[in-house]
Design a protein around this ligand. Structure first.
Ligand SMILES: *Cc1c(COP(=O)(O)O)cnc(C)c1O
Length: 379
């Protein structure tokens, strides 16, 4: 096979995500179709495949096609937020079904399970999925889904996706990976054996802190994903046309943004690891990180997120956050601007995050400016 016959590489696929010159005008970038309804032909058929915008529309189809391509899946369903995507997954299970999720799962997902789905009859166990024995013990005869998030939020714990996928497959249980933090630029869960991938596209995929979105990508368009698709179309928690357009645009620069996020985060983590007043740096790129070897195996780089613990507990953590000038004190992640957040105080009643922890989303600034800012804030 000559190199020109080879399938395009990830960067090439991303740079062209959702781009097809408009057949009417030749415009290089697709228009935003605001139509909620589509014309039927005289014979009653729908010649373009679209009927009504909730069930499907051109902008959402373009985004879903791009997401499926980048994750190596067969199909994708886009939602109005990451939480709406999670909701669709849980609604596609049945009362009495059991879910295994990580002990430090994203706090919004934990809140959904505890406050909403327990009442609807869904059972769940939170377990340390970085420990294969603990993962196995959490499975019951009613387990219908294993949910994992790696690296995890906010402790950056790393789970071996291939090992967990083997465990799930042997029992016929689907495995879902929340790939929001790594993105397919760094980690491809479906290639590692996962069945479903969840994204908050609000984060790195949108990439500019200006659009809320979520998605599920599936290895197989049939089976469990069909229920998720039906819930998307009938439940209607879908992104609007402009939101789809913004996320698709974000995908085109994802690989190069991720490269800079990763380089900057590695520089900042190295600085913080040696800094007085910092008692822990949670970053999988550090050789001392307990998940470093697995991260090396399943990720092509270590991501743009890290968290630190500081001496002096919550009071000093909040004081350090209070002194930053380049970092913005705000929640969320994955934008061009660096963010710092005292995580415990936003996570609410079920938080298991240490009081002394600050979470950092490393942006696209010059790393020396970020290091200088943290250095003065820690002094
Ligand atoms: C933000 C986030 C979510 C939730 O997504 P929203 O778009 O805020 O609803 C889920 N998982 C992870 C890992 C996240 O960071």
């Amino acid at each position: 096979m000559s190199d020109s016959d080879r399938a395009p590489r990830f960067e090439t696929l991303a740079a062209h995500a959702g781009l097809h010159p408009d057949p009417v005008t030749g415009a290089a970038v697709p228009p935003i179709h605001l139509a909620t309804t589509f014309e039927r032909a005289a014979d009653g058929s729908y010649p373009h495949g679209y009927i009504y915008a909730r069930t499907g529309n051109p902008g959402r189809a373009a985004l879903e096609g791009a997401l499926a391509t980048l994750e190596g899946g067969a199909a994708a369903a886009a939602f109005g937020s990451g939480q709406a995507a999670a909701l669709a997954v849980f609604q596609s299970l049945s009362p009495g079904d059991h879910v295994v999720a990580p002990a430090d799962v994203y706090h919004g997902v934990r809140t959904l399970l505890r406050d909403q789905f327990e009442r609807w009859g869904l059972a769940f166990t939170f377990a340390d999925l970085t420990d294969a024995g603990a993962a196995e013990r959490a499975i019951t005869p009613r387990t219908r889904l294993i949910w994992v998030e790696t690296p995890s939020n906010p402790l950056l714990r790393v789970t071996d996706i291939a090992a967990l996928a083997a465990l799930a497959r042997a029992r016929g249980i689907p495995l879902l990976v929340d790939n929001t933090w790594a993105t397919p630029a760094l980690q491809r869960p479906i290639a590692l054996g996962a069945d479903l991938v969840l994204h908050s596209t609000t984060k790195y995929m949108g990439g500019h802190s200006d659009v809320l979105g979520g998605a599920i990508v599936a290895r197989d368009a049939a089976g469990f994903f069909e229920r998720i698709r039906t819930f998307q179309q009938t439940g209607g928690a879908v992104p609007g046309p402009f939101d789809c357009w913004l996320v698709t645009r974000g995908l085109r620069s994802l690989p190069s943004r991720m490269r800079t996020h990763c380089e900057n985060a590695a520089r900042v983590a190295e600085f913080l690891a040696g800094r007085k007043g910092v008692t822990a740096v949670h970053f999988p790129g550090l050789p001392s990180h307990p998940g470093h070897a697995i991260a090396r195996r399943q990720m092509s780089a270590f991501g743009g997120m890290l968290s630190i613990e500081v001496t002096g507990g919550a009071e000093r953590a909040l004081a350090v956050a209070g002194r930053v000038k380049v970092f913005l004190r705000a929640t969320s992640l994955g934008g061009t601007e660096s963010l710092i957040e005292h995580r415990r105080s936003v996570e609410g009643q079920y938080s298991t995050t240490p009081e002394s922890l600050l979470r950092l989303s490393i942006g696209l600034e010059h790393p020396d400016d970020l290091i200088a800012d943290l250095d003065q804030a820690l002094t």
